[in-house]
Design a protein around this ligand. Structure first.
Ligand SMILES: [Zn+2]
Length: 214
């Protein structure tokens, strides 16, 4: 999970209020809302990421509008901008109507995620995500962030970074040659992409520099 900046401007479709007969129609899945969520969860490469598991999603086919506070318990928040996120089918489906009032699931638009969820040091080869607070525990439990597919995705990122580190070791000439390698230049864009929180964690663990793009 990673912190995301929510666009300040509320999509106007969400501010219309109830119909004349007092009913509140579903507006959360309208195109203007999805566009605003696309901005919030963009991976910078034409897709978006899931607010919980950071999996890359095609905007039209895969990104589902997620109510952090479930509609069943908070029907009055179904069109509330700050309650809406993009999630993958796995996270959205498994979370469903679950809600813990005492220790609510983390909010990507508000919470400092790193205070609640951690990764273990790279050398441990532990690709799981771990909680450090009760809200972190709720988040892992409700969105099933301990599922195997996510560990495999992080392992894939670990391998890419390891290859990069090996390149660095074998490159002659030190940092001037490092600046020519693509992985370092594509950052920090990739930190906001798929599994970006893990990539950032590895990058910082190894003390690697972030280089300016040409
Ligand atoms: Zn997900």
């Amino acid at each position: 999970m990673q912190r995301r900046k929510r666009p300040e401007k509320v999509p106007s479709i969400l501010t219309r209020g109830p119909n004349a007969d007092g009913t509140e129609p579903d507006r959360y899945n309208r195109s203007a809302v999805r566009e605003a969520l696309t901005e919030m969860y963009s991976d910078g490469e034409g897709c978006v990421i899931c607010c919980y598991c950071e999996t890359r999603l095609a905007v039209k086919r895969q990104a589902q509008v997620e109510h952090r506070k479930p509609q069943k318990h908070f029907p009055q928040l179904k069109n509330e901008w700050t309650n809406l996120h993009f999630a993958c089918g796995d996270c959205n489906g498994t979370k469903d109507e679950r809600w813990d009032d005492a220790n609510p699931i983390l909010d990507a638009g508000i919470d400092n995620i790193e205070c609640h969820l951690r990764y273990r040091a790279p050398d441990t080869l532990d690709f799981r995500i771990h909680y450090v607070t009760r809200r972190g525990k709720t988040t892992i439990c409700h969105a099933r962030l301990d599922r195997e597919a996510l560990e495999e995705a992080r392992q894939g990122i670990y391998c890419v970074v390891q290859r990069y580190l090996m390149e660095l070791i074998h490159l002659p000439g030190g940092t001037s040659t490092v600046s020519e390698t693509s992985l370092a230049k594509e950052l920090p864009g990739k930190f906001s992409g798929a599994h970006g929180s893990y990539l950032r964690f590895l990058w910082e663990s190894y003390g690697l520099p972030i280089l300016e793009k040409d």
